[in-house]
Design a binder for this molecule. Structure first.
Ligand code: NAD
Length: 259
């Protein structure tokens, strides 16, 4: 079955540059004909997003600011989206942040402020966004967020971000339960390590990539495009029976124990 999303609109949150996983998702959704709405945080990313969006075939995209630390900004963004496009069919939430000096060394060194910041931007934001988007989501809409193995297991240096991902993973299940009766699905993709702006901040990231290539069953890292295509599946009706799920797109790395 060919996936055709040409009569649908999706919100993609978190494109910073062409390496962003969010951009891989945008390209996959665009390849199925979808109309896209982009949100970005901070003026410095607006031009990047606009330049990338201009490369898409469909020119009816919309670009809006949305810093997820502000409920007001989230509400305004989704109000504007509703006014401009009517209903939306899904949201790709590709947002995370932690202080750089807390994603290296020991987890024990996490500060209270650093803990709350990582939780606020990387975990709570999904709940805040879904709450604001609820009135404009169609029945059958699909929400996808991005998580990482460091929320399920200890991954060296991932620290406070791992704890935030654990919180995000649990939020996915609770949100899926709340919204299931409205026909709205909520899922997470646990992506393998991909070299992006956010990943660069994590201590020892090159070692993580090397470990993937040596240990993952597929003996390689995964691409933005592979995460994008899995998101496309989760956004489409092909996945209509899946919700509250955490789907690994990591070359099988998570299945490996002691070798
Ligand atoms: P990225 O740096 O390209 O994207 C992170 C985005 O978060 C940026 O666009 C940034 O502007 C946005 N952001 C940060 N603070 C924000 C705020 N207050 N409001 C709104 N947006 C904000 O990096 P990425 O790797 O593509 O990250 C996207 C998602 O993928 C993150 O949730 C990340 O944890 C997750 N992920 C990444 C990897 C990886 O190896 N790259 C693996 C698994 C999961």
């Amino acid at each position: 079955m060919k996936i055709d999303l040409s009569d649908r609109t999706y919100v993609v949150m978190g494109v910073a540059n062409k390496r962003s996983i969010a951009w891989g998702i945008a390209e996959s959704l665009a390849s199925a004909g979808a109309r896209l709405v982009f949100t970005y945080a901070g003026e410095r990313f607006e031009k990047n997003v606009r330049d990338l969006a201009e490369t898409l075939e469909r020119k009816d995209f919309i670009i809006l600011p949305c810093d997820v630390t502000s409920d007001e900004e989230i509400d305004t963004a989704f109000k504007q989206i509703g006014d401009q496009v009517g209903k939306i069919h899904g949201i790709a939430h590709c947002i995370a942040f932690a202080n750089r000096d807390e994603i290296m060394g020991e987890y024990l060194n996490t500060t209270r402020d650093g803990f709350l910041l990582a939780q606020n931007i990387s975990a709570y934001s999904l709940t805040a966004v879904v709450k604001a988007a609820r009135p404009i989501m169609t029945e059958g809409a699909s929400v996808v967020t991005l998580t990482y193995l460091g929320g399920e297991r200890v991954v060296k240096n991932y620290n406070v971000m791992g704890v935030a991902k654990a919180s995000l993973d649990a939020s996915v299940k609770y949100l899926a339960n709340d919204l299931g009766k409205e026909g709205i699905r909520v899922n997470a993709i646990s992506a393998g390590p991909i070299r992006t702006l956010a990943a660069k901040g994590i201590g020892g990231f090159n070692e993580v990539l090397k470990e993937m290539e040596e240990t993952a069953p597929l003996k390689r890292t995964v691409t933005q495009e592979e995460v994008g295509n899995t998101t496309l599946f989760l956004m489409s009706d092909l996945s209509s029976g899946i919700t509250g799920e955490l789907l690994h797109v990591d070359g099988g790395y998570n299945t490996i124990g002691l070798m």
